[in-house]
Design a protein around this ligand. Structure first.
Ligand code: AMP
Length: 291
């Protein structure tokens, strides 16, 4: 196996920052007949990310976590510069989780001079976050395609927390015949039900309290629809409840088909409805979804 740079002493978690080093490590594993799982992240790791690592460990002999805050999925007005970065703490958590390798490339490694290619997944990328953040899924699809091609894993794990992203990636992998199995993992939540997110760190204590109501309001709406209530009623009641609780702005609060994310009719749902929400507290945007 190729020697890798141990530039985070005293940890023993190997870290690589170039495609050649990554491929060297994976080639060594492959020679030994080992299977490989990939868990892409933007760092600022929390229990949600670690639950993905645990699933990855159950699915493959070796686990690679990637850490890359991908500039191309942020619009100029978004939070790329302030996005939480904590590599030393991330390394400690990954070490404890018995991750086998951290791949943390630089922007120069990912987007070399003259970089000009992008992957666009139509259909499932269009609604919800595709409308609210038009640049987003192109950036995600391109960087995830690169990470999959760079590492060549057997399986890659993504959270249902970002459900639309998971569907976009599944579509891309099927369409491009990428030889990898994409698995979704359930959303890890705080005690009050708020989906764990690196962006929760932006919330003030008062905003954090309000944030806990998102999951409560979503659960009520989903239960009403499961009982046969009209989708349009559940959506408008949910909207009103969010504003009454103190959320500042709502990008969407919508039931959609769980597979293709198409809009459902206003009446009782048929098929498999899934509720999607994106809401703002001050400058912080929170997303969540549930069946
Ligand atoms: P991020 O670092 O936010 O890009 O997330 C990296 C991966 O972790 C993505 O596949 C996310 O869907 C997943 N993830 C983020 N938060 C959670 C959570 N609370 N539960 C499960 N997976 C999550």
């Amino acid at each position: 196996m190729q020697t890798v740079t141990m530039d985070q002493a005293p940890t023993t978690l190997p870290i690589v920052r170039s495609v050649a080093d990554l491929r060297g490590v994976v080639a060594g594993w492959r020679k030994g007949g080992l299977s490989v799982a990939l868990v892409p992240t933007m760092g600022a790791l929390h229990e949600g990310h670690l639950s993905l690592v645990r699933l990855a460990k159950a699915k493959a002999d070796r686990v690679i976590v990637t850490l890359f805050v991908n500039p191309t999925q942020f619009a100029p007005h978004e939070d790329f510069d302030t996005y939480p970065r904590s590599e030393a703490a991330d390394v400690a958590l990954l070490q404890e989780a018995k991750c086998d390798l951290l791949y943390a490339p630089t922007a120069e490694v990912m987007y070399g001079p003259g970089f000009a290619t992008s992957i666009s997944v139509s259909g499932v990328s269009a609604p919800l976050d595709g409308l609210a953040r038009p640049h987003f899924f192109g950036g995600v699809a391109t960087v995830v395609a690169k990470l999959l091609i760079q590492a060549g894993p057997d399986v890659a794990i993504f959270g249902e927390k970002d459900y639309q992203q998971l569907q976009v990636i599944k579509r891309m992998v099927a369409d491009l015949d990428l030889p990898v199995t994409i698995l979704g993992a359930p959303t890890a939540r705080a005690k009050d039900g708020l989906a764990l997110s690196s962006r929760n760190a932006y919330l003030s204590p008062a905003q954090r309290k309000v944030a806990g109501q998102l999951n409560v309001i979503m659960a009520k709406a989903a239960e009403a629809v499961a009982r046969g209530g009209a989708i349009s009623d559940a959506e408008s009641q949910g909207y009103a409840a969010l504003l009454a609780e103190g959320f500042d702005r709502i990008d969407y609060f919508e039931f959609r088909d769980a597979t293709d994310l198409s809009r459902l009719g206003p009446g009782p749902a048929d098929g498999e409805p899934r509720l999607f929400a994106a809401v703002w507290l001050g400058k912080t945007r929170l997303i969540d979804n549930r069946s």
